[in-house]
Design a protein around this ligand. Structure first.
Ligand code: NDP
Length: 332
């Protein structure tokens, strides 16, 4: 499949270009940057034939079946709508949009146009998370009582731009990381949170946006979920714990872009290491996306998954802002 990049981003350079090219016949044919000079340099560095500084021109002229949108968050909605109107399949970065209503518009537009639309929630493609989901869905843990997500990291220096200082571009740890945690918990438990309470703060990096958040979610089954996201914790490590009546799974170092970390199960027989496959997360995701384009199955995280993760994240921010519990409005 031929891809055009909408956004000359670090995530495309670091992971996605490789994942597109790893598919049979996979190619990246064009890149869009608002700055033509940057676009030219990016195209040359990454061996991309064409660069554009205007989206409509790219959509009209680039030889592509699909576009990957990885601009700053406030641009995703309009760019996705334009690509869908041009008949392109779309992989859009999280958070899909700045509001749930906009995200719903994107997904409905894709449905009406008959194109595949997916959200780049990579974690549900990790071998570690697939193994955890198998433990949960097979009933090995029994009914789930609670989940704890710890996802407090030290934001790398190169990423300390719009994420920590530009609310209008969708900065803040909640749109950046809480959305991933929302998708991951939904993936493991197979249900959508109904209500949240939360706190957020600036603990040294944020300017006009939160750099740290903690929240507690109520699930329809009665399971309780707590999450911690931050940009300011150099040594905390990441992970997820899922506790059931028959067993607990504890996974450390797994809230990451790379296939690493440990997964252990503790049950009445003791504590066991759980083996998992170490495939590339993004390559697996792209394989499923391209299969969906061929009419086989669905992307690992589709548009509605992106709507729901955004709805949870925005409810967390609103709960923290107002100091009140928020019922989650999924916009449907
Ligand atoms: P970047 O900051 O690298 O890129 C965002 C935009 O900033 C680009 O579109 C580009 O504009 C501009 N830009 C990038 N680098 C420079 C530079 N050196 N100088 C000037 N401008 C620059 O963002 P990320 O790659 O970190 O994130 C992009 C999107 O991807 C976000 O929505 C984010 O949430 C998401 N993301 C998702 C991840 C995942 O695993 N799913 C991981 C990381 C990010 P232009 O295109 O106009 O040149």
């Amino acid at each position: 499949m031929k891809w055009a990049l909408v956004g000359a981003s670090r995530i495309a350079a670091g992971y996605m270009i490789r994942a597109f090219r790893a598919q049979p016949g996979g190619a990246v044919t064009a890149v869009l940057s608002a700055d033509a000079q940057r676009g030219a340099a990016y195209a040359e560095t990454h061996g991309i034939d064409r660069f554009f500084d205007d989206l409509d021109t790219l959509l009209a002229e680039a030889d592509c079946d699909a576009v990957y949108i990885s601009t700053t968050n406030e641009k995703h909605c309009e760019q996705a709508l334009a690509a869908i109107a041009a008949g392109k399949h779309v992989l859009c970065e999280k958070p899909l949009a700045m509001s749930v209503a906009d995200a719903v518009r994107m997904v409905r537009a894709a449905e009406q146009a008959g194109v595949v639309f997916a959200t780049n929630h990579h974690l549900r493609n990790a071998g570690s998370h697939l193994a955890i989901r198998e433990l949960v869905s097979s009933g090995r843990l029994g009914p789930i009582l609670s989940v704890r997500v710890f996802h407090a990291v030290s934001l790398p220096g190169a990423l300390r731009g719009w994420r920590i200082s530009d609310a209008a571009a969708g900065g803040g740890v909640i749109p950046d990381i809480t959305v991933h945690d929302a998708d991951t918990v939904r993936f493991h438990l197979g249900e959508d949170p109904v209500e949240v309470v939360a706190q957020m703060t600036n603990s040294g990096l944020g300017h006009g946006v939160e750099d740290s958040a903690m929240s507690i979610w109520k699930m329809p089954s009665g399971a309780m979920v707590s999450t911690h996201e931050s940009f300011t914790h150099p040594f905390a490590g990441t992970g997820i714990e899922i506790h059931g009546t028959e067993g607990s799974v504890v996974a450390r170092g797994v809230m990451t872009q790379d296939p690493k970390g440990t997964v252990t199960l503790t049950d009445p027989e003791g504590t066991h290491d759980i083996p998992y496959d170490t495939h590339d997360l993004y390559e697996r995701s792209m394989g499923l996306f391209e299969a969906a384009v061929r009419g086989q199955g669905r992307p690992s995280a589709d548009g509605w998954d992106g709507v729901k993760s955004l709805a949870v994240a925005l409810a967390v921010r609103e709960a923290a802002r107002t100091g009140t519990a928020q019922k989650i409005d999924y916009g449907v």
